[in-house]
Ligand binder design. Sequence first.
Ligand SMILES: Cc1cc2nc3c(=O)[nH]c(=O)nc-3n(C[C@H](O)[C@H](O)[C@H](O)COP(=O)(O)OP(=O)(O)OC[C@H]3O[C@@H](n4cnc5c(N)ncnc54)[C@H](O)[C@@H]3O)c2cc1C
Length: 461
Amino acid sequence: MWFRQDLRTRDHAALNAAAASGEVICLYILDDETPGQWRWGGASRWWLHRSLRSLSKNLKLVLRRGRADTVMADLIQETGAGAVYFTRDYAPWCQGLERRVKDVCESAGAACHRFGGHLLREPESIRNGSGEPYKVFTPFSRACFAAGEPRLPAAAAKPVMWQGKVSSENLLDWNLLPKHPDWSKGFEKEWQPGEEGARTRLSSFIESGLAHYAEGRDRPDQPLTSRLSPHLHWGEISPTQCWAAVRGAMAKAQGKLDVASEKYLKEILWREFSYHILHHWPALPEAPFREEFSAFPWRNDADALEKWQQGVTGYPIVDAGMRELWATGIMHNRVRMISASFLTKDLLVSWTEGAQWFWDTLLDADIASNSASWQWVAGCGADAAPYFRIFNPVLQGEKFDPDGAYVRKWVPELSDLPSNLIHRPWEARDFQSNYPAPMVDHGFARNRALAALKQIKTSSA
Ligand SMILES: Cc1cc2nc3c(=O)[nH]c(=O)nc-3n(C[C@H](O)[C@H](O)[C@H](O)COP(=O)(O)OP(=O)(O)OC[C@H]3O[C@@H](n4cnc5c(N)ncnc54)[C@H](O)[C@@H]3O)c2cc1C
């Protein structure tokens, strides 16, 4: 059983099939070679360490490093394994990798079994009326709802471990945890990586968050979203389990949770849509979905990028988000949109720079959701927000963090400001603070962004 982004024992088709076939060797491969520039970033590595430690409490894990197909060939030879089981991965580099693993199995005389499970449905199974993949979310989500309820989650697998001799590397030797400096201290108190942590998070969301989700999901100052994204990314819980839990809560609440639940299920479908797009347009992490954006005049401005990364842009809501990200490995969705809009529109720095920073710093860094969401905000993605809709960071802050509690938490130098000035500190008279002035005037930046858009429109006309 080759574990990948499916670090759980419940609702696990591949593990169940492996367990049913005989004794099992549970393998995890740290492959930094195949993904190239998209090998796991720093925050992901922290999570992976913790998640593998958690999984190894339930299963005896064999850990190996190297190119996954080579490691697999060696292990089959060492152990005489008769079959390989794994869950499909949709990252562009995995298509070739999974083919090579199949070849390795064939030449070693082992069977190769690939399963779904990371998504509710396989990306090929949802097509529009002309048999094409969807490019727009709303009809995609309608088609998903119309396709009927996803299957019910499967029970926990209880594999019998192979008793033969097989060597494993030591997790600590993989150096997945940061050392000097250790920037992960804030992660510990926020997160419990692993299947148990995921299940606890889901239950507490169903009990206390779901009812307020429809009106609360856009409020970064309130903890009303599920915060399941890293658990879903690592497959510690499946989307099928989340779907079934929400449906169960809906049934019990007899109509009271319908609106909130539909909203939540739609967010799960945004995740599916991101994978659908990635699967059908595998260049998504690097190239704009809308080709005319290849000619967009992005600015190469290392200084501006660094100010954004460090959360010293002078716009409180942007800076609060970037600092939350650095401290906790996560950023609220609304603030991700505002800060991504600020980078790509106010600073005209390419979405690829932002996506790479998120890749390194987010605990839920996910090649499908990250690439699709960055392109969505930048205006060059599938069903993207139109480019001319440019977030005003002051108005967004005032709308979604009306009392400034989120900004006060992450930008303490502003905590003494009254709510009516906290999102526009430059208007506060006699306010002494080392908080920077806005690095760019939003009105000016907006016009500059619209002019840049006009340029590509004219050149592609
Ligand atoms: C610029 C940008 C980058 C992003 N990068 C990532 C990323 O790398 N990984 C990631 O998982 N999400 C990403 N998102 C989407 C979204 O911000 C997170 O999924 C969400 O904030 C996770 O918080 P939650 O679990 O509390 O979400 P909830 O609101 O509780 O939603 C439930 C689940 O639905 C899924 N989901 C929700 N919104 C989206 C969305 N817009 N797109 C795709 N799936 C969604 C997530 O799996 C989430 O856990 C990004 C969004 C933006 C704007």
